[in-house]
Design a binder for this molecule. Structure first.
Ligand code: AMP
Length: 215
C-alpha cells in the first residue's frame, strides 16, 4: 500500500502519518522531517535548504526527489509507504511516478485533508513536539497529560519548529495553493483521490483514512 497525504501546512499530515505507522506498520516518508534532519546535521543538502525553509518557500525538486528515491530504495518491498509533504509540485509528482515504478510499487490512494485556512495559523503556531522522541503536541488542542512532561517518553524537553510562525505559515500556504494544489487534478483523473475534513477530531480523521485504505 502506497499513499500520499496531501494538505496545506497544519492539515494534520504528520499526526495522521504517525497514527498510520502505529496502526499498520507503514513507513512515513516526510521530506520535511528529512530536510530538518539534514539541516541539524549540517549536511550539504541541509546547508542549501536551511534558509529556503526558514522563508517558507520550497526547496528544489531535485533535492527532495533524491531524498525520497534513496529512502524508498532502502525499504522492504512489503512495507507500505506514506508520502507526507511530498510531492509538492508537478515535477515532484512526475518524479514520484518514476521512483515508484523503479521500485515495483504503485500509488493506491491520494488523501487530501481539507482545512479551514484561517484556523490553520492557530493550529500551527500552537504546535510543538518532544525534543527526545518527537511525539506531537498542541498548546490547546492536544497538550501533554501532565504539563511539561511527554506522555510517550517522560522527557521534559520540547521544541518548536522555527518555520511555525505566522509570516512563514502564510508563505507556506501560498506555496501550497500555487504549486501543490494543482497536482490534484492529475491524480483525480486516475480515480485515486479521496477528501477528508481535516478539521475533525484526530481519531475521526484516522477512522476515515482507515476506511479509505480498506476500500
Ligand atoms: P513540512 O514539514 O512538510 O511542512 O516542510 C517544511 C519545509 O520543508 C517546507 O516549508 C519546505 O521549505 C521544505 N519542504 C518539505 N518538503 C518539501 C517538498 N516536497 N518540496 C519542496 N520543499 C519541501
Amino acid at each position: 500500500m502506497n499513499i500520499i497525504l496531501l494538505g496545506p501546512p497544519g492539515a494534520g499530515k504528520g499526526t495522521q502519518s504517525a497514527g498510520l505507522v502505529e496502526r499498520h506498520g507503514m513507513r512515513q516518508l516526510s521530506t520535511g522531517d528529512m530536510l530538518r534532519a539534514a539541516v541539524k546535521a549540517g549536511t550539504p543538502v541541509g546547508l542549501k535548504a536551511k534558509e529556503v525553509m526558514e522563508r517558507g518557500e520550497l526547496v528544489s525538486d531535485e533535492i527532495v526527489s533524491d531524498l525520497i528515491d534513496a529512502e524508498l530504495a532502502a525499504m522492504a518491498p512489503e512495507t507500505g509507504a506514506i508520502f507526507d509533504g511530498y510531492p509538492r509540485t508537478a515535477a515532484q509528482a512526475d518524479a514520484l511516478d518514476a521512483i515508484l515504478a523503479k521500485n515495483g510499487r504503485a500509488l493506491d490512494h491520494v488523501i487530501e485533508l481539507e482545512v479551514d485556512e484561517d484556523a490553520l495559523v492557530e493550529r500551527i503556531t500552537g504546535r510543538f513536539s518532544c525534543a527526545k522522541c518527537g511525539a506531537l503536541y498542541h498548546d490547546t488542542a492536544n497538550p501533554p497529560e501532565t504539563e511539561g512532561v511527554c506522555d510517550a517518553c517522560g522527557s521534559t524537553e520540547f521544541k518548536r519548529r522555527p518555520d511555525d510562525n505566522e509570516e512563514t505559515v502564510r508563505t507556506r500556504m501560498q506555496e501550497y495553493r500555487a504549486k501543490t494544489a494543482p497536482i490534484l487534478p492529475g491524480y483525480e483523473a486516475r480515480g485515486i483521490v479521496s477528501r477528508i475534513d481535516g478539521m475533525a477530531a484526530i481519531e475521526t480523521v484516522a477512522g476515515q483514512i482507515d476506511a479509505i485504505l480498506r476500500s
